[in-house]
Design a protein around this ligand. Sequence first.
Ligand SMILES: Cc1ncc(C[n+]2csc(CCOP(=O)(O)OP(=O)(O)O)c2C)c(N)n1
Length: 735
Amino acid sequence: MDAAEAIHEKFVAKVRNGNLPRRTSDARPGDVGLAREAMVELFYSQCVSRQMDRISRRLQARGQGFYTIGSSGHENNAAVAQALRIDDIAFLHYRSNAFQIHRAKKLPGQTPCWDMLLSFTASAEDPISGGRHKVIGSRPLSIPPQTSTIASHLPKAVGAAFSIGIARMLKLEETPLPGDSIVLASFGDASANHSTAQGAFNTAAWAAYQGTPMPIVFLCEDNGIGISTRTPRGWIEAAFRDRAAIKYVRCSGLDMVDAYRGALEASHYARTQRKPVFLHMDCVRLYGHAGSDLQATYLAKAQIEEDEERDPLLFSAALLVEQEIASGGQILDIYNETEAILARIGEQAITRPKLTDSREVMASIVPPKRGQAMANRPTPEERDALFARDSGMMEKPQHMARLLSWALADLMLAHSNVIVAGEDVGPKGGVYNVTAKLHERFGPARVINTLLDEQSILGLGIGAAHNSILAITEIQFLAYVHNAEDQIRGEAATLSFFSSGQYANPMVIRIPGLGYQKGFGGHFHNDNSLAVFRDIPGLILACPSNGADAVEMLRECVRLALEEQRVVVFLEPIALYMTRDLHAEEDALWTSPYAAPGEAKPIPLGAPGLYGDGTDLAIVSYGNGYYLSRQAERILSEQHGLRLRVVDLRWLAPLNEDGLLAAVAGCGRVLIVDECRRTGSQSEALMALFAERAPGMDCRRIAAEDSFIALGRAATLTLPSRDAIVAAALDLARG
Ligand SMILES: Cc1ncc(C[n+]2csc(CCOP(=O)(O)OP(=O)(O)O)c2C)c(N)n1
């Protein structure tokens, strides 16, 4: 017999026969203020959750439902919903049906069963994901949908909790997360071991330890197992009971009253103390991991039976009988009634339309535009005061690093909800001084030295975005984004997609990277692959090659985040940060005067840069490759009489194909210069573009070798050089 049906029959028989277990706790409803009506309502939510699991499984067996992962055994997370406020944003574990169902009771007009069954049957009318995934989530209920990657929601939950305090300090008005709200993040016991989760706990504790407000409840729903691997008995308590700066609260997820007691204690502490709590709730997993999982293949029969005896619905029934709130018959009436209702809803849900074409599926990859961002208009005096100490330097052309730093200052002056966060970005001003003086100008609440954890930095950006704060986060070097890349790839970039554009996490991630650093070298500070960003749907990847462009592009990136809710990676070529000269020492051709906001021509998303209008050959490049191509161009022009144009891509993703084809129009030959590793590089996409859309074009490429970067003088041996560009161009031009 199906596991769900076996448990169902046991429940019915035990309630009918009055054969109910002793409750697992002595907690008394009156002591925690749990009224009789509330207990009935909670039981009702639990029954709905249980029946939703059963109906989902039946629909899946008929090919009408998809990807069933049950909430059975975790129904007391409804008691957590009871203890929390509806505006306490909740980043939930996938076994949280009861939480959502119960929270929906706090807001009139909600139809959680209909909504969730539409999601579980992948209907395009599913109000949260539009049929894109089976997710728990609801915009009106402050439950953003979560991905299937366990623990990956915890860094942003911590970021959101952090943002509540920041919003208060900055006196930002009408932020989505109220100043006295808290954040809930739930997960399973196996997930608690994930390094992403551990990083999030540590970040919350690190912040709280030094007095930073961190109002978050980490709810660990401990059912003792993750798929088939048992959590060592007592491990969660041993690991979290005495953790620095995180309060530990234990409760039983088998007993409604005790679950509520624990949730009240935890949420009260987080709300009043603004400190993190670890709420450890014992649960039981009743149907195996997910739809197709047969527990009998890895659990002893006795263990399965023991688990079935710990069914929280049985304990809830015992409570209602003990408190003389309902008789066994009345309990079964509620239970059966919810089954009948859910079955009817399920039959209707499967008739609702599905997504039918790729356009519909993709409609929410790019979030909806939010409209023009409110900007402060600083007076000339305010700007003068801000830049007073730099006024001498501002009169002269400067290199990219300094120009970027001023651009950041102007952006922060214009937008009071913009913050900067990363490793060493504070008083030190970052490794390359790009955030120099921001800390003294805007203070520690807006220029935040984070701890050393890239997942937490990105999580801060995502979480802050949930509170309408735009974080310009910095990852210190490109190579170090990789241990956190899922925060961009799996989390930030997917939120709009899985929420039908109802949630978005606009952010700008600054990343210094790429090769060619003089007298330095070594792979990890010269990493030269962008493949990790290029295939992420909806992500914008910008890479300026010079200071003037960098300023305008950064402004456009911030506009894209603020007004269009986009996730943007702004890649800064380290080797060009301090570069001043192009062809000869002291020519200062790679410096620019600083253009105040509105003074220079904007560089909108996708607009390539163009140097020259020759038609003998077009060189297409970006970053350092563009810089070297400009050097090569002069040699090719002066020494070989070639008339060239050099195109700077500037925006690497999404690729502006039409704009690029227009930029090379009239040239029969294109040389692509790509400083990134050949495999997975931009040049692959460009070769494909020209082959597909300009078939007559004679197109070649030089790219970096598929190698890591060596140290010292060998650092550039695997990269395209100026002379290699000249040679390749001559080769191509001469046919
Ligand atoms: C990063 C990641 N690795 C592996 C998986 C596959 N996976 C899904 S759920 C799960 C077990 C989670 O167990 P636990 O946290 O105890 O939650 P439970 O399912 O028991 O409620 C695993 C390994 C995943 N979803 N994400």
